[in-house]
Design a protein around this ligand. Structure first.
Ligand code: HAM
Length: 430
């Protein structure tokens, strides 16, 4: 027996009706981004590995464990992008497009070798927003407002909550990390094996572990906010103020640091609670400011950046779980065309179908080529969830007629060929 080849573990196929819902979600997001003047940018899936290694943070999970890296035939080390921000910055620097539009978005697959579970995959999709060269709490707030509008349009505002924080400058974080390492050393016994390994390599990341939210020691964990410079605090206060004015609900999570090392100042995450365990939340969208990163990558030119990315699979699960978007799945095909018996009816149907497609480019039409009895083909049309059937047989060709069958009201009429378009206009132009 030949062994069946299956999809790569953690990488998924999507079919109807998920694909319809996915497209609808994408369209809603893209219309909103368009409305705010964001321009699409298309980026490669493969980048030089050093792009990620240098910038995401050597001791982050993404770099330590999750990169899909390969050598090409010239021995170049290439990596399937684990996220979109670095490829985006590489592209804007390479093409020097700082002076044009400053607001961008991208959409596509990302790859991380993570342990798969519901909502966590090895290939997943992000829609990312990035803003260049604008440095004000207003632009930071603009992104929050946009994302909030997306949740409103998707009807999921009740199922999602926003956490924000400021992580200050690199200098602030260095001072804080020294204190945090001392704290973890003192509370070593509370940490699990995985976190024990992070004490000296990525002590901030230990804060993410939800378990510590329940231990008494939490009150004594040093807080980054006590180490921040005044400018960062002022910016953060202004940012909070704008969100309040715009009626956007948020909580400040002083332990929110994000999993990628490249942020400074404001960071944020929109989360939803896990269905099975209310102690666990999943991040649907996360981001923040990354001025230092873009400065370093552009050799010290004074650029700034702010952005975020939405995980599409997680969003899809949330929309499905709450049935927050209604899909009209009653009819999936508008016209199912059945040529009966002879070659001449096939030719006729072909000509008619092209004419209809030209007049009604949005209609979904299928020609049946299954050469079965009329009854079987009508069953087929129903399986396709068709609204109308057009039938042409020998008798119709002889009399210049076409049979139009309405599967909704279950009636059929014979109409002269020249009146077909006029008849279809009655249904489809309204
Ligand atoms: P991130 O938080 O790593 O940020 O990813 C953004 C979103 O992608 C997450 O909130 C989540 O919804 C989704 N995601 C991440 N990993 C997975 C996975 N394994 N399976 C399914 N979904 C996943 C970034 O990637 C930053 N580049 C965002 C950003 C843009 N920051 C500034 N600009």
């Amino acid at each position: 027996m030949i062994k069946l080849i299956k999809a790569v573990y953690g990488m998924h196929d999507y079919f109807f009706p998920d694909t319809i819902l996915w497209k609808k979600i994408e369209n809603i997001i893209q219309n909103i981004l368009n409305n705010y003047g964001y321009q699409e940018i298309k980026l490669p899936l493969l980048e030089h590995s050093e792009l990620f290694r240098k910038s995401i943070g050597e001791h982050t999970d993404v770099i330590e464990k999750e990169m899909y890296t390969l050598l090409d035939k010239n021995n170049n080390s290439l990596t399937l992008r684990p996220e979109g921000t670095l490829g985006f910055i590489r592209a804007v620097i390479e093409h020097n497009i700082f002076s044009n539009n400053k607001r961008f978005w991208y959409n596509g697959p990302m790859f991380r070798y993570e342990r798969p579970q519901k909502g966590r995959y090895r290939q997943f999709h992000q829609i990312g927003l990035e803003v260049l060269g604008l440095e004000s709490p207003y632009i930071d707030a603009e992104i929050i407002i946009i994302i909030n509008n997306i949740w409103k349009k998707l009807n999921i505002t009740k199922n999602i909550f926003l956490e924000i924080n400021t992580i200050g400058s690199l200098k602030d974080r260095k001072k804080y990390i020294e204190k945090l390492v001392l704290f973890w050393e003192k509370n070593y016994s509370y940490l699990d094996l995985n976190d024990k390994k992070k004490i000296y390599t990525n002590p901030l990341r230990i804060l993410d572990n939800y378990k510590y939210n329940n231990i008494k020691q939490l009150n004594f964990i040093p807080k980054l906010k006590d180490f921040l410079n005044k400018e960062s605090i002022d910016k953060f206060n202004k940012f909070c103020n704008i969100l309040n004015i715009m009626n956007i609900k948020f909580t400040i999570n002083y332990y929110l640091v994000r999993g990628l090392d490249y942020y400074n100042d404001i960071v944020f995450e929109w989360k939803t609670y896990d269905i099975s365990n209310q102690n666990i939340s999943k991040t649907i969208c996360g981001g923040g400011r990354y001025d230092k990163l873009i400065n370093n990558m552009s050799n010290g030119k004074n650029h700034s950046g702010f952005g975020c990315a939405i995980g599409i699979e997680r969003l899809l699960l949330l929309v499905q779980k709450n049935q927050s978007l209604k899909l009209n799945l009653n009819f999936l095909i508008d016209i199912f065309l059945i040529p009966m018996e002879s070659n001449s009816s096939f030719k006729k149907i072909l000509v008619i179908s092209e004419l209809i497609r030209e007049k009604f480019p949005k209609l979904r039409m299928i020609i049946s080529y299954c050469f079965k009895s009329l009854k079987k083909q009508i069953i087929q049309a129903n399986k396709y969830k068709s609204r109308f059937i057009l039938i042409v047989g020998q008798k119709e060709i002889k009399n210049n007629l076409i049979i139009l069958k309405d599967l909704y009201i279950r009636k059929q009429i014979s109409i002269p060929e020249e009146k077909l378009i006029l008849n279809l206009e009655k249904y489809f132009n309204s």
